[in-house]
Design a binder for this molecule. Structure first.
Ligand code: NAD
Ligand code: ZN
Length: 382
């Protein structure tokens, strides 16, 4: 079959000769992929910032598709069902799944102490093949996948596998109280969705910060928030203090993660930061610009332990840091309702549709922020 194939940092291509996935366990199903997306998390893999990302692997944790084969133990799905598949692979039974912490499932990734299994996200997340392919094996398929309601646009459905729940959970973890000022770092799909969802928790003011103007303009329109280019304000921490009576923001959301040192990639500092596991600039800014006793909510993904985090300030300021992989399944019932009610319109984030054959170009476009790219959908051949 055709599938995305990782050849090393900044090298991704479509491969026509990837073996078809097979049922390996009675709780598996095989899904024919209808759409998959490229996520900012895939960029960390693409940039070589995630350990144990093996050559030849297929990425892709945001996908929807049609069930074409079911394992003997499957009760909730049948051949022909069209499903959205949460990016977390979760057993549904372990101590963490029982608390709906599907992002931390112990069984789907027993080697790891933190993250559970994730489709197409290196061997640190279980080594599962991803959905940027024609077909994908979905383990524990009675637990995660949700049948797409008839009324739902598939473009909305594919964004419910990660972007919408993650943005929503970023706002939820931030513990936003009515009247709060929320600062979101990163105006990618996740930050934009976090800004949008912050209003649902009663925020009075939402400010999104990035350096890419077209993304800021999009965020301003889509999430109806204030948008600020950090290249035009001097020190963002000083800026945020200035607009909050010197107190700092009530909550800050990091929707950036281990960015490949942003624009400084060609500088000595940029390279040094990459060696450290990527830039932590946004996290520094978030910690330093939240008010005392405030909450920093991190959904931005970081690879290895990063020594550049000002962790002492976290303690000294009594900041609560909340961070996790989104628990997609827990949030889906509420979010499906929000989509049906028109409160959230996920598909508006999609700016590009690219045939799976051109996956290499699609990664380059998204990574380099070309052609006003916000979110790219990969379409497998029919
Ligand atoms: P993206 O790459 O499209 O967006 C990141 C944005 O951050 C870019 O627009 C970039 O210009 C901006 N940026 C870079 N440095 C910055 C800085 N110092 N301050 C402010 N903005 C800065 O990625 P995305 O798809 O929006 O994902 C964002 C993050 O969320 C990634 O780290 C991704 O891995 C993570 N993520 C986490 C989960 C989860 O469950 N926790 C799920 C999905 C994505
Ligand atoms: Zn994702």
């Amino acid at each position: 079959m055709l599938a995305m194939n990782y050849r090393g940092p900044y090298r991704v291509r479509a491969d026509k000769n990837v073996p078809l996935p097979e049922i390996l366990h009675p709780q598996d199903v095989i899904v024919r992929v209808l759409r998959s997306c490229i996520c900012g998390s895939d960029l960390h893999l693409y940039h070589g910032l995630v350990p144990d990302t093996r050559i030849g692997s297929t990425f892709g944790h945001e996908f929807i598709g049609e069930v074409v084969e079911v394992g003997t133990a499957i009760e909730n799905l049948q051949v022909g069902d069209r499903v959205m598949v949460p990016f977390n692979i979760a057993c549904g039974k372990c101590a963490f799944c029982r608390q709906e912490l599907y992002g931390n499932c112990h069984e789907s990734n027993p080697e790891a102490t933190a993250v559970g299994g994730i489709f197409g996200y290196s061997h640190t997340a279980g080594g599962y093949a991803g959905g940027q392919a024609e077909y994908v094996r979905v383990p524990y398929a009675d637990v995660g996948p949700v049948v797409i309601p008839n009324w739902m646009d598939p473009d909305d459905a594919v964004l419910l596998t990660d972007v919408v729940p993650t943005g929503y959970q970023a706002a939820e973890m931030a513990g936003i109280q009515p009247g709060d000022t929320v600062v979101v770092f990163g105006a990618g799909p996740i930050g934009i969705m976090a800004a949008k969802c912050s209003w649902l928790f009663g925020a009075a003011r939402v400010i999104i910060i990035d350096q890419v103007d077209y993304r800021l303009e999009f965020a301003e329109r889509y999430a109806q928030c204030e948008a600020v280019n950090f290249r035009s304000i001097g020190d963002p921490v000083v800026f945020i203090k200035t607009i909050t009576d010197s107190l700092g923001a009530d909550v800050c959301i990091d929707a950036v993660g281990c960015e490949a040192a942003g624009n400084s990639i060609n500088t000595l500092l940029g390279r040094y930061m990459m060696l450290q596991g990527g830039s932590t600039t946004a996290l520094h800014w978030a910690i330093n610009s939240v008010k005392k006793g405030g909450i920093v909510s991190i959904v931005g993904v970081y690879g290895p332990t990063n020594s550049l985090v000002p962790i002492g300030n976290v303690l000294n300021k009594g900041i609560t840091i909340r961070a996790n992989q989104a628990s997609v399944k827990r949030l889906l019932p509420k979010l499906i309702q929000h989509v049906q009610d028109g409160v959230i319109n996920p598909k508006e984030l999609i700016t590009h549709r690219v045939p799976l054959e051109e996956v290499g170009d699609a990664y380059h476009l998204f990574s380099s922020k070309l052609d006003n790219c916000i979110k790219t959908v990969l379409i497998p051949p029919l």
